[in-house]
Write a protein that binds this ligand. Structure first.
Ligand code: ADP
Length: 597
């Protein structure tokens, strides 16, 4: 059995064509054979009919005896033909039937009717050759008619009839031979037809192979274009299609990779889902945000983001075609999630995409800003309220004595100074943090600077009953690459604090150094700082000892740290509650700076 549908069809078509042509040839042959054989029979019978016509003429003239005529006529029937002789009125002289025709006398009646038209035509002087059909016997007969003439007058007719059935044996034999030869031709032609058909479909099969390769993504294969005709043209068109397809797919792949790289490179997490809500794309950021390996392939929704409410929002965005924005806490991280439905060019929702942004830092900054405003308001309100209360008392005349008035003026002055100091500190800090303050570095003689500032402070320290020590070997102390004014600013803050938070003991300024940096310390033996406060000491408005910090703004150490940050230096605090504190900041040595430069 031939497996290929196409090949089977072609072979069947060829076989049908051969069979049909054989059938038509046979039919044509049968039709043609009958008329040819009838013509041959007529050719045989016409001279005989002429001969019998002459015999009858001689008989009627009396030159031939009747029995001789009869003998001659009966001899003629041996030829397989019937002889009918009649006079001009259609009356029979006689007739003789051939034993082969099997018509017999029972057919005589029939013959009279059958031949009547032929007799009429012949007695008019026509020679006829025609076929008649007998409904009695169901046969066709060839009729040859010849007039009998006497003295230039038609006196009768001779009709020879021969059943054409006798010819069908010959025709059938011929037909059979023809049929057998057709069958042989059919059998012989079948193999070349099969081979030719197979050859025809080979390039089609090859193209099918090429198409399958292309379907698997291999566009390097090509169909055979060397064939002639339509198959070659089809191969040419096929190869053109492959080239175009390959180019289109290549550019699509480039575009897709570019998009994928862009999405993968985003800091924001991306999750795309199809219209059923199944995950179609994730980028490394979203995997990292939810604690997965950045290269992991996660397609399960709950495995990627365990919080079911996020997926409900995705489903809602798809169903309602409505963008959603929400927050999500993931451990210590705060995420802002924006989910948007995706539509195709027909406006049908084909899925949704979610953008996961880590807003922890901006939330923290916002919180800091809120705290800052609250702190500033709080810090400003206290002195302003104080000044207002005192001024009101003076204004309303409640304070009468000059001594009390002076005391009130003193309070107002002190609160105003505190207020202006607070505002100065705030401005300074905001300038430092905004980066609008340019800090220029130059060579600084640290030993001399510390001595100078220390000496300025000595009186003030000693005035409040504290001891002041300056432990610096000015000659040996290396120079720093820094800004003298800014170092003094930091020193003043630290010395102010040391005095402010000490009731007794010693305030000591010292300096040590290594190859890289100088370490300047301001120590006191004051109230000290609790361990839990140490970490927050440098935060804005932080006051560890609220009782003692009545006059402080909580901004001094923040300013010190910002200044040192600007200089590229650090500051640290060590303290033991009740025993004292030590603040140490670094300064880059000038020689280390030169080395690095
Ligand atoms: P303040 O103007 O309140 O002194 P600072 O920023 O300078 O603001 O200091 C912040 C807080 O750190 C102070 O309120 C105080 O509680 C604590 N502090 C600073 N220096 C010392 C110190 N030398 N001894 C004890 N506590 C200190």
């Amino acid at each position: 059995m031939i497996k290929s549908w196409f090949l089977r069809r072609i072979v069947l078509l060829i076989a049908a064509t051969i069979l049909l042509s054989a059938l038509f040839t046979t039919i044509l042959f049968v039709v043609a054979a009958r008329s040819i054989v009838a013509e041959m029979v007529a050719t045989d019978l016409v001279p005989r009919a002429e001969y019998f016509s002459n015999l009858m003429t001689r008989y009627l003239e009396g030159t031939m005896p009747k029995d001789v005529l009869k003998t001659m006529v009966s001899d003629a029937t041996v030829l397989g033909a019937n002889i009918h002789v009649c006079d001009a009125q259609g009356g029979y002289y006689f007739e003789a039937t051939s034993p082969e025709t099997e018509s017999g006398s029972d057919g005589a009646e029939d013959y009279v009717k059958l031949l009547a038209a032929s007799i009429v035509s012949v007695v008019k002087g026509n020679r006829i050759v025609s076929q008649v059909h007998s409904s009695t016997t169901g046969r066709d007969y060839l009729v040859v008619g010849m007039p009998i003439a006497q003295d230039d007058k038609i006196v009768g007719a001779v009709l020879l009839t021969k059943p054409l059935m006798d010819l069908s044996g010959t025709v059938t034999t011929l037909n059979n031979s023809l049929f057998v030869s057709m069958l042989i031709a059919f059998a012989v032609m079948l193999i070349p037809a099969y081979l030719a058909a197979r050859r025809m479909i080979r390039p089609i099969n090859q193209m099918r192979g090429v198409a399958l390769h292309m379907a698997r993504g291999d566009y390097s294969v090509r169909a055979d274009e060397t064939r002639k005709g339509e198959v070659g043209e089809l191969a040419l068109a096929f190869n053109y299609l492959a080239t175009q397809l390959s180019a289109t797919i290549s550019s699509l792949v480039v575009e897709r990779n570019r998009l994928k790289n862009t999405l993968d490179g985003l800091n924001e997490g991306i999750v795309a889902v199809d219209h059923t809500g199944s995950i179609t794309h994730t980028n490394p950021s979203v995997l990292r945000l939810f604690g997965h390996n950045a290269a992991a392939q996660i397609t399960e929704r709950e495995q990627l983001i365990p919080d079911e409410s996020v997926w409900k929002d995705f489903d809602f965005a798809i169903q309602e075609r409505c963008p959603m924005v929400r927050s999500l806490s993931q451990g210590s991280i705060v995420l802002r999630v924006s989910i948007s439905p995706l539509e195709d060019e027909n406006g049908t929702v084909v899925g949704a995409v979610g953008l996961f942004r880590d807003v922890t830092e901006s939330e923290r900054l916002e919180q800091m800003q809120r705290d800052y405003v609250a702190n500033v308001s709080h810090e400003l309100r206290t002195p302003v309220a104080g000044v207002r209360g005192l001024a009101e008392a003076l204004h309303d005349g409640i304070v009468r004595s000059e001594q009390d008035k002076q005391r009130y003026y003193g309070y107002i002055l002190r609160e105003s100074l505190r207020l202006s100091r607070l505002i100065d500190d705030l401005l300074e800090l905001s300038r430092l943090q905004a980066g609008t303050v340019a800090v220029r570095c130059s060579s600084v003689d640290v030993g001399a600077l510390l001595r100078e500032v220390g000496e300025k402070y000595r009186n003030m320290v000693e005035e409040v009953g504290l001891e002041f020590r300056l432990d610096i070997d000015s000659a040996a102390c290396p120079r720093a690459w820094s800004n003298a004014d800014r170092i003094e600013q930091v020193l003043v803050i630290l010395l102010d604090n040391a005095v402010k938070y000490s009731e007794s003991g010693c305030v000591r300024v010292s300096a040590e150094w290594d190859d890289e940096r100088i370490y300047v310390s301001v120590e006191d033996e004051g109230v000290g700082i609790r361990k839990e406060d140490l970490a927050h000491l440098f935060d804005r408005f932080y006051k560890s000892d609220k009782a003692h910090a009545g006059g402080g703004t909580g901004l001094g150490l923040s300013i010190a740290r910002e200044v040192l940050n600007k200089l590229g230096e650090t500051i640290k605090a060590e303290s033991e509650e009740g025993k004292g504190s030590k603040f140490t900041f670094t300064l880059l040595r000038e020689d280390a700076h030169d080395r690095d430069a």
